[in-house]
Design a protein around this ligand. Structure first.
Ligand SMILES: [Cu+2]
Length: 182
């Protein structure tokens, strides 16, 4: 009985650890250029910052409207995934990323930004972007989580329910044992 109780505790503990910050489910925090940004000139690089360290196998793709790559060699540095931006033409560019989390759930997403044709006259829609408050790292707000990102966090609920169930079960077993020993 005691061994069974110990097993309950171990299983509950493992479930609690699953997909919690201890085993990070990685996600995109911020990017430069930001999602839907309108730039007056090509950026020097594309840089994404993630919640936790990026695996060396992470993939980063930046393509123009025709599907041609617009970046040089991709580099991984801690929580950053970046590459020099090599294109110069105005237009819409799409950034895609794919990487593994340390909790085993792959994450991926994509978003676009645009480079305006020079000379770019200030437009009403460009003004709020220019006024955006700079974040500590100098990068702009992250793109909202992708559909996949929002779908994944059901593990903590399963874990929580399992712990609650095991706790009740353990308590009942304890009470039953006490009654029997009386
Ligand atoms: Cu996860």
């Amino acid at each position: 009985m005691k061994r069974l109780a110990l097993m309950f505790v171990v299983v509950a503990g493992l479930l609690a650890l699953w997909c919690t910050p201890a085993l990070a489910h990685n996600s995109l925090v911020e990017s430069a250029p930001a999602k839907d940004a309108r730039l007056a000139a090509p950026p020097a690089e594309v840089k994404l910052r993630f919640l936790s360290n990026v695996d060396k196998s992470a993939k980063l793709m930046v393509i123009d409207a025709a599907g041609a790559s617009a970046i040089g060699a991709v580099s991984v540095d801690g929580k950053f995934l970046s590459a020099p931006f090599t294109a110069t033409a105005p237009g819409t560019y799409t950034i895609s990323y794919e990487l593994a989390s340390s909790d085993g759930h792959p994450i991926k997403g994509s978003f676009s930004f645009g480079i305006d044709a020079p000379p770019a006259p200030p437009t009403p829609s460009a003004a709020p972007v220019a006024q955006a408050e700079p974040t500590p790292t100098g990068l702009a707000e992250a793109a909202p989580p992708t559909k996949k990102d929002r779908e994944t966090p059901w593990f903590p609920y399963i874990g929580g329910a399992a712990i609650a169930g095991l706790a009740v079960g353990g308590l009942l077993a304890f009470i039953k044992r006490r009654r029997l020993s009386r």
